[in-house]
Write a protein that binds this ligand. Structure first.
Ligand code: FAD
Length: 224
């Protein structure tokens, strides 16, 4: 069978190109080495919709970042994909960083990224939240309550909560057993057959309870 377009790799880029070509009436085939689409980096990134703040004004990266940012929010809204526009803090943590911060700010302005300098007072208020909330108290919260508490703060997203869990409270509760990388590792090691039901993955992962959602199979094995 002949196709107008052959795409190698069913990540977000390959699938987007495939969608575009097929919308133009072309016949498309997407070849993927894994058992299903999106098993690569596309399902394992930080989930950030980038603003295009860091790159040179006239670069393609900036151009695509800024137009892609707008399109992605519209797409997510249209398709009712859960998302949150949380913003981001870029902080100078030492004197050497101050110039860098001003450069980033300047670049952001040139790239027409909406941004602002926050007062030390606001940042202090945010940090005081963390200081007031005893970290060991936070560590006692369920995943759901922890998310609820931290995500209500402007500028904190799910990724930051995950990082907080790992690095601040030592909770290795990072990727769920539905994480594509974890599933792949389980499949490759022969523990679970590819395309098993979610329940099967969960059941298998529960062996390592309370670490059933630990970051990687390797770590699971370490605690085994
Ligand atoms: C740690 C990390 C965090 C990131 N965070 C973000 C973020 O927060 N926001 C953001 O916008 N971007 C982020 N990125 C970047 C973003 O994830 C990637 O730019 C994007 O997913 C790349 O998509 P892709 O389709 O090009 O690649 P992939 O998703 O890797 O897809 C390539 C596909 O090709 C397949 N393939 C490869 N070779 C062959 C072959 N010979 N035959 C058949 N199939 C093949 C692979 O199996 C794979 O499925 C992050 C990247 C990393 C590494």
């Amino acid at each position: 069978m002949l196709f107008d377009v052959t795409i190698v790799g069913a990540g977000v880029v390959g699938l987007s190109i495939g969608k575009f070509c097929s919308e133009q009436g072309l016949s498309v085939v997407v070849l993927e080495q894994e058992s299903r689409a999106g098993e690569g980096i596309s399902s394992r990134n930080s989930g950030v919709i980038h603003a295009g703040i860091y790159y040179p004004k006239d670069s393609l990266k900036t151009k695509f970042c800024i137009s892609g940012n707008k399109i992605l929010y519209e797409y997510a809204k249209h398709k009712r994909i859960n998302h949150k526009k949380i913003g981001k803090y870029i902080i100078a943590t030492c004197n050497d960083d101050v110039d860098k911060l001003h450069n980033i700010y300047q670049k952001g302005i040139e790239n027409s990224v909406p941004l602002d300098f926050l007062s030390t007072k606001t940042i202090k208020e945010i940090s005081e939240f963390f200081l007031a909330e005893n970290i060991s108290d936070l560590s006692k919260l369920s995943k759901q309550d922890l998310n609820h508490n931290l995500l209500s703060i402007f500028g904190i997203g799910p990724w930051s909560v995950n990082m907080f869990e790992i690095f601040s409270i030592g909770k290795l509760d990072v990727f769920s057993s539905k994480d594509a990388g974890l599933r792949l590792a389980m499949n490759n090691s022969g523990m679970i057959k590819p395309h098993s039901s979610w329940e099967m993955y969960d059941k298998y992962a529960s062996k390592w309870s309370p670490f059933k959602t630990i970051a990687s199979l390797h770590l699971w094995k370490t605690v085994d």
